[in-house]
Ligand binder design. Structure first.
Ligand SMILES: [Zn+2]
Length: 158
């Protein structure tokens, strides 16, 4: 029996909720199962740790603290950027998410001269609960190991 281990490709269906209120923040159940190459940082650290040794058909449920999920929020990830650096025709709104060369950020403050940008991951600082079902486990191909990610179903198409 193949079980989830380093250098295996795992396919899972999952549902993620906030333990405080049960609100769902993510789910794979409306789409294809998620594929990930185990041991190659495709997933948040606690997710892989909790799924190690699981076999096909097995269901696991666990709650991760922020440090095992998307990390704690840090003040360093919040930056004041001069308004002049943004396109003039861009209408800034509090709470909006924008893309930048440094990754996505949320607009958390607007003054006449600066935009306060929060680069913290939206799920950082939060405990996350996962319900996971293992759909498939297989050996990774050499190419997948070289690339560090899954090819084909549930993964990269290239
Ligand atoms: Zn690839």
């Amino acid at each position: 029996m193949t079980t989830i281990d380093n250098d295996k490709v795992a396919m899972v269906h999952y549902r993620g909720t906030f333990p405080e209120d049960g609100e769902e923040f993510d789910s794979s159940h409306d789409a294809e199962p998620l594929g990930f190459l185990v041991g190659h940082k495709n997933m948040i650290p606690g997710f892989e740790r909790e799924m190690m040794g699981a076999e096909v058909g097995e269901k696991r449920e666990f709650t991760l603290m922020a440090e095992d999920a998307y990390g704690e929020q840090t003040d360093e990830a919040v930056m004041d950027i001069p308004s002049a650096e943004f396109p003039e025709d861009l209408e800034m709104e509090l709470g909006m998410t924008l893309m930048s060369a440094m990754g996505p950020f949320r607009v958390v403050g607007i003054t006449d001269t600066t935009i306060k940008c929060d680069f913290n991951h939206p799920l950082s600082g939060r405990a996350l609960k996962f319900e996971v079902e293992v759909v498939d486990v297989r050996d990774a191909s050499e190419e997948e190991l070289e690339h560090g990610h899954v090819h084909g179903e549930g993964g990269h198409e290239h």
